[in-house]
Design a protein around this ligand. Structure first.
Ligand code: NCD
Length: 322
């Protein structure tokens, strides 16, 4: 018999987090309540100390083949706040055996042999997290894979923190006009958010982008199939006027996107056009698509949105590791 960890012998099914579609309203609400409870606990010294015991002795691997500041640090901070150890590689495409030609599949299999309790994976290939989860399942390891961004496809934990931010700021998720603007073609965060928000009632999407960076057909098909209202437009100011939730994104140059046709920068002028109670989100990093003057407006929530990422990821780690 192979020398596998005792956790494998118990043969539990690992609770992978691979895509937004795997969630439904009831487990989303459960996750958000658990996140609220963690925030509250964290805010008292006693609670904060107690949280350290939650995943004490557990181990998280953060395997990142692509650059990241927020996702990697917030996962590591989340692990730390729960008393879990984190081992991470920042640029696995340069600093791991990938340089020597090792496949993702082999790397995942080897890492599973070291008995981590979870692997958080960011990789430049579409579908890479699914490939990693397949290795785990086929080889019988009990190691959940968390997709921290796979190519231009999905970034479900980002979408979860985006949705949590909308719920917190607007007190509800149903019934909003959601304007998603920027690079819709290669931005994985907008795609993942659409899949999540499409589970709510009376959500109306406006997709604002230059012609060459429009939302891919698979997302539009999903909305058609679920009878969810959306429109694609290049009317920048017209769509800003209508939106309750403004989700801004940068041009994904590293995925080959260029924008030469439509200027979509939020400035003091655009602030005058937006609804008084709108909120502005951005997964960050931003480039020039949001001017710094916007940062001090009460509707700009992108920095607290990033902060929410730690608590959502604490709730996720707790969920998949226990
Ligand atoms: C996003 C990503 O990596 O997809 N960043 C993040 O995780 N907050 C957005 C981006 O890089 O534009």
């Amino acid at each position: 018999m192979r020398n596998l960890s005792y956790r494998v012998l118990i043969q539990m099914k690992p609770k992978h987090i691979l895509e937004s579609q795997q969630f439904d309203r009831s487990n989303l609400e459960e996750l958000f309540s658990s996140t609220d409870a963690l925030v509250e606990e964290f805010n008292s010294r006693e609670g904060r100390n107690k949280l350290q015991q939650t995943l004490q002795g557990r181990l998280m691997f953060a395997l990142f083949y692509e650059p990241s500041t927020r996702t990697r640090f917030s996962f590591c901070a989340a692990a730390h706040h729960l008393g879990m150890r984190a081992i991470q590689t920042e640029n696995a495409s340069e600093f791991s055996s990938a340089v020597k030609g090792e496949t993702l599949e082999d790397s995942i299999r080897v890492l599973c042999e070291y008995s981590p309790d979870v692997i958080v994976l960011r990789h430049n290939d579409d579908g890479s997290s699914n490939r990693a989860a397949k290795v785990v399942n086929d080889c019988g390891y009990n190691v959940p894979i968390i997709n921290a961004g796979d190519g231009g496809q999905q970034h479900p934990t980002q979408a979860l923190l985006d949705l949590y931010t909308i719920r917190k700021q607007k007190k509800r998720i149903d019934g909003h006009t959601v304007l998603i603007g920027g690079d819709l073609r290669n931005g994985r965060t907008g795609r993942s958010l659409v899949y999540l928000m499409a589970k709510y009632k009376n959500v109306n999407f406006i997709f604002l982008s230059p012609e060459n960076l429009r939302m891919n057909k698979d997302i539009l098909r999903h909305l058609d199939e679920h009878d969810i209202a959306y429109r694609e437009t290049e009317d920048f100011h017209g769509s800003l006027k209508e939106a309750d939730v403004i989700y801004w994104t940068r041009v994904q140059k590293e995925r080959g996107s260029t924008n030469t046709t439509l200027e979509l920068t939020l400035t003091a002028h655009e602030l005058k056009i937006m609804k008084e109670d709108a909120i502005i989100l951005h997964p960050l990093p931003r480039n020039s698509e949001i001017s710094k003057v916007v940062d001090t407006d009460k509707r700009a929530v992108y920095f607290s949105q990033a902060g929410n990422g730690v608590f959502i990821r604490m709730a996720l780690l707790k969920k998949v590791c226990t």
